[in-house]
Design a protein around this ligand. Structure first.
Ligand SMILES: [Fe+2]
Ligand SMILES: [Fe+2]
Length: 297
């Protein structure tokens, strides 16, 4: 009943008017602590949480939780991880991602590149190592999956392991009742098809921009950066402490980096777009230090 239909309706393909509606929703779930209250911001947040935008987020999760099965994930890994779609310089890859424009008013929204630069700049201001700054700059590059025609719910959204029981701490976990894997007894024990403590590298995660970009960046970035990229949407683990039984001791240590990265992703948004021409030389040099002259997506 719940295989994704071979052709999706436009609503099933892109339930969100704006891809960022998902991230805005995550910020509402995990508001920044220790910040002075901003009534205007709160009012906006409340409005978003309580209106059609929120219904589209709910529908987005219904589709995500229904169709992200173990089999779907294996199929997407096979389809995309050969990395043979597109060859671009790192800067061209950022510009390519930036062609992703949503339905909502583009004059109001920050671009994809604005979000990446704001994240990277917030990391830089705090004096972190340059590879951490670079991670901020590229962390959402995997969203080019949208430009390859993938539905929103197979690009963004909280990620979670497949092939084992779904945690009830995953947002809108009630929608997993529509996921066919719920009827596969092998998949429905806490460890499912995996061994306890096997390490997340042996676990298949729901398919999206995190896993895809991890494979693109794997040869080039230090391990903490790769953890940040691969698990930044795995909120059930890094915010809720779930799925520890699948982690190795090494994963548990490395997750401190995932948690260190998350606030920059969630809380660095500012309405003021960064000055691209001023920042570009620094970031081109930074990419040249770590990345090859051509990236293969
Ligand atoms: Fe992301
Ligand atoms: Fe992000």
């Amino acid at each position: 009943m719940a295989e994704p239909p071979s052709s999706l309706t436009p609503e099933e393909h892109a339930p969100l008017a704006d891809l960022e509606d998902w991230e805005d929703f995550v910020v509402l779930r995990y508001p920044e602590r220790g910040q002075p209250a901003d009534p205007a911001k709160d009012r906006d947040a409340y409005r978003n949480y309580d209106t059609p935008a929120r219904d589209t987020v709910r529908e987005f999760y219904r589709l995500n939780h229904t169709y992200q099965t173990y089999e779907f994930v294996l199929q997407k890994e096979k389809e995309f991880l050969s990395l043979d779609r597109k060859r671009l310089t790192p800067w061209e890859a950022l510009e390519y991602l930036n062609t992703l424009v949503d339905d909502s008013d583009p004059d109001i929204d920050l671009s994809q590149l604005d979000h990446l630069l704001q994240t990277a700049e917030a990391i830089r201001v705090d004096g972190h190592p340059d590879w951490f700054v670079l991670t901020g700059l590229v962390h959402d590059l995997g969203k080019v999956l949208c430009l390859f025609g993938e539905p929103q719910w197979a690009v963004v959204g909280d990620t979670f392991p497949v092939g084992c029981a779904f945690s009830d701490k995953i947002v809108y976990s009630e929608f997993f009742r529509f996921n066919p894997d719920i009827h596969v007894p092998e998949f429905q024990t806490p460890c499912g098809i995996y061994e306890e403590g096997c390490g997340l590298d042996n676990v298949h995660m729901s398919w999206g921009h995190d896993e895809y970009l991890y494979h693109i960046m794997k040869p080039y970035l230090p391990e903490p950066a790769l953890y940040m990229i691969r698990y930044h949407s795995f909120y059930a683990a890094h915010r809720e402490g779930e799925y520890e039984y699948l982690m190795s001791e090494h994963d548990k240590k490395m997750f401190k980096w995932v948690r260190a990265f998350n606030p920059y992703d969630l809380y660095s948004k500012s309405p003021e777009p960064p000055n691209l021409s001023e920042l570009r030389p620094y970031y081109e040099d930074l990419m040249a230090k770590y990345l090859p002259s051509t990236l293969t997506l």
